[in-house]
Write a protein that binds this ligand. Structure first.
Ligand code: SAH
Length: 295
């Protein structure tokens, strides 16, 4: 499936790229947002595009054919933003974009067990070299209470207790290795009404495991202050989040920065996608965009 960048128009409105301005796209993905920026910040404005998934970096390579050395691609975590920008001597920076979460290509095109639709090993890492924790390790090796905690905190899963208990019961009989084995356990731990819900009954458990494996919330907490510090005065920061836990971190950081007079909010309330965009791109359904300008 071709990935469509979410809230494209709004990203451009708030990042407001000017001629020759430089931008950092912390989650370059397949390059959808980066392309829009590159069309506007010519003739000499550059984009530093970062992505943790090496295959996503390959998917963004096409930008080089069109924009040559105006696009710089780096396979690393945005948690290391300051260090990457220093190493590349990438100054001044007029705007920074974070489009959190994952793309449909990753969900459906990787053999990493991200999707409950396919039988695969329970891996869920965006990057095998920078991360040793896998979903398989969590379900087979973590204590029951710790599994329950991530399911309830990161997945907001109301059956976290039962699911964690059954995972621990099941693993006594043999290692839990695949997505389908895990789904079976979730099914056995939840009432049948839950199986007919609006979202698949495994969604919350899978989300929780992915967040835990990739330490996603911690990485967001780490990148935000670095992003603000890297921006030139007048520089814009745009963050798109996809669930309430992410959005809460972004909202708190934005409020704190305005209280300290380090920034001004460009969005009082988060911007969401239009019905039409949601119809065309289901990933937009839960997207929330917040923007600020550095003072
Ligand atoms: N805006 C992109 C899509 C981004 S999807 C586009 O227009 O195509 C989110 C991306 O964030 C994914 O490619 C994922 O690999 C990446 N990602 C997740 N965690 C990351 C991290 N810690 N550092 C850098 N990239 C990360």
């Amino acid at each position: 499936m071709i990935h469509t960048a979410v809230l494209k128009k709004e990203v451009i409105k708030f990042l407001d790229p000017g001629q020759n301005e430089n931008f950092v796209d912390c989650t370059v993905g397949e390059g959808g947002h980066a392309q829009e920026l590159l069309l506007k910040n010519g003739p000499d404005g550059k984009i530093l595009g970062i992505d943790l998934d090496p295959l996503q970096i390959s998917s963004a390579e096409w930008l080089k054919a069109q924009f040559k050395d105006r696009i710089i691609l780096i396979n690393d975590s945005y948690a290391n933003l300051q260090e990457i920008v220093d190493r590349k001597n990438f100054v001044p920076v007029g705007g920074i974009l974070l489009d959190l979460g994952m793309s449909s290509a990753q969900l459906e095109g990787r053999e990493k067990g991200f999707s409950f639709k396919m039988e695969q090993g329970l891996d869920m890492r965006y990057n095998d070299h920078m991360n040793y924790l896998t979903a398989e390790k969590i379900v087979n090796e973590w204590p029951e209470e710790r599994i329950e905690k991530i399911l309830s905190e990161y997945g907001e899963e109301k059956f976290s207790k039962k699911i964690a208990k059954n995972i621990v019961e099941q693993r006594k009989l043999g290692r839990i290795k695949t997505t389908f084995q895990l789904i079976e356990i979730i099914k056995d731990s939840t009432p049948s009404a839950y199986w007919r819900g609006k979202i698949h009954y495994a969604t919350r458990t899978f989300q929780a495991l992915r967040i835990a494996v990739n330490d996603e919330l911690e990485n967001i907490k780490r990148v935000l202050p670095q992003a603000l510090s890297i921006l030139s005065p007048g520089g814009r920061l745009v963050v798109i989040s996809f669930h309430s836990l992410e959005d809460r971190i972004v909202k708190n950081f934005f409020n704190q920065s305005t209280k300290n007079d380090e920034a001004k909010l460009l969005t009082k309330k988060p911007i969401t996608a239009s019905n039409q965009e949601i119809r065309e791109n289901p990933r937009a359904r839960s997207a929330k965009l917040r923007a600020l300008v550095k003072q």
